[in-house]
Design a protein around this ligand. Structure first.
Ligand SMILES: NC(=O)c1ccc[n+]([C@@H]2O[C@H](COP(=O)([O-])OP(=O)(O)OC[C@H]3O[C@@H](n4cnc5c(N)ncnc54)[C@H](O)[C@@H]3O)[C@@H](O)[C@H]2O)c1
Length: 388
């Protein structure tokens, strides 16, 4: 892959916000549903952004969206292709459902447009490879929308691991989930096979994986033994008890639970589980175990960067078992969504590396793909990510 980066490349100084307004970025939004609202709210806070266009497959949806946010003089289209072909955007946010992430991103990159792509990166490893190839050929910025990367507590997890205090890391348990939380906020796009395509795995599983993989530097994955199920999503009573139509159970075509045993290079194993629904409060805290110490990250859904309580470091010092509790970080002056958008814009304007690069997230996507494949085959599978 062309660029390797992490947030060290993100030089945006939160205490002295200086934005060069002489250079504006012309932004388009592809897919004007739920998450697009978070993007536009932040773009509207940026004095160096001109929102020029939007597209949605549903007639009138893009127009209604911009009206709701009071944005005028915006060109609206019925597909990502029409918006890109209009040649009005320097950069786009791809806010479509998972199934169309790849086609929208590739089309934009192939036409010389920078992309901020919502998570998960896409659906399959093949799609992720095609995205990375398009990125490399384009020389444009592609950043993936993992806003927890900007959270101070999440960054502390990485700092603790990188300090070496844990010694050699050999075992990680990660995941999380909800007791009742199959997302159907404004319809069923998250649960339809041809739209959401992957369920809890792609929606919140990708965050739990990113939290630990980013901390340990995204080593190469080797093998995965995965399992997915859909017991809650296929149960009409689940939706009725949530005040939703029973028919949602017929529409449900994705996973609501996933689990995996993952082997990574460097002798690290990851024990992973994620749930949109379960008869349990939490499937456990995230733990990172090392030869010199272990870290506990209290159970979290991860999506907004929050953790369930102070990080705890367990060590044996001078013959005594000790626990160090890290005070929770104060909230950032700017929230995680703001920083996700700002860091992308800075990379676009300054020709910088992507804040959340595809070279890392392709590994996240490869694992999600492998969990699904392994579950279908009923056996462990190898993970092979081609050179881009
Ligand atoms: N970062 C976060 O915290 C967060 C939160 C929620 C959702 N998401 C992600 O955002 C994505 C969208 O989720 P959502 O809840 O907004 O979905 P949504 O269904 O509300 O909106 C998606 C919109 O994209 C449109 N669309 C699909 N393909 C298109 C195309 N080719 N051209 C133009 N429009 C197209 C659809 O018509 C739909 O209106 C998902 O991938 C989801 O995982 C991220």
């Amino acid at each position: 892959m062309a660029k390797v980066s992490d947030l060290d490349a993100f030089k945006f100084d939160q205490s002295k916000q200086v934005i060069d307004t002489t250079k504006k970025v012309r932004i388009g939004i592809i897919g004007t549903g739920w998450i697009a609202g978070s993007h536009i709210k932040k773009y509207l806070e940026m004095p160096d952004v001109e929102i020029v266009g939007g597209a949605d497959l549903i007639e009138g949806k893009a127009e209604a969206f911009f009206k709701e946010y009071g944005v005028e003089n915006v060109q609206c289209f019925r597909s990502h292709k029409e918006l890109i072909d209009a040649g009005i955007c320097d950069a786009v946010s791809v806010c479509t459902y998972n199934a169309t992430h790849a086609e929208c991103t590739i089309y934009a990159l192939e036409h010389g447009v920078h992309v901020l792509l919502e998570k998960p990166m896409c659906v399959t490893l093949d799609e992720a490879v095609a995205i990375c190839k398009a990125e490399k050929a384009s020389g444009k910025v592609l950043s993936i929308g993992f806003q927890p990367r900007f959270d101070a507590n999440m960054q502390m997890v990485k700092k603790i691991v990188e300090s070496g205090v844990l010694g050699k890391i050999y075992y990680i348990q990660t995941g999380g989930g909800r007791r009742h939380g199959i997302p159907t906020p404004f319809g069923t796009t998250f649960i339809e096979k041809d739209k959401g395509a992957i369920g809890a795995l792609g929606d919140i599983g990708c965050y739990s994986l990113d939290m630990v993989l980013n901390a340990i530097g995204y080593p190469k994955p080797l093998t995965v033994s995965g399992y997915v199920s859909d017991f809650f999503g296929k149960d009409p009573d689940y939706f009725v008890s949530e005040g939703k139509p029973a028919e949602y159970a017929n529409i449900f075509g994705v996973d609501d639970f996933g689990a995996a045993f993952i082997r990574m290079e460097g002798g690290i194993v990851i024990d992973f589980r994620i749930a949109w629904a379960m008869h349990l409060d939490t499937p456990g805290d995230t733990i990172i175990m090392g030869t010199k110490g272990s870290l506990r990250i209290p159970s979290t859904e991860c999506w907004n960067g929050s953790i369930g309580g102070p990080l705890k470091l367990y060590q044996r010092v001078a013959g005594k078992d000790v626990i160090t509790e890290f005070p929770m970080a104060a909230p950032n002056k700017f929230d995680n969504f703001y920083l996700k958008i700002r860091s992308f814009l800075d990379a676009v304007k300054n020709g910088g590396a992507a804040p959340v690069p595809s070279s890392q997230i392709i590994i996240n996507q490869a694992l999600i793909d492998a969990i699904n494949t392994s579950s279908k085959l009923g056996r462990e599978v190898e993970v092979n990510i081609p050179e881009i």
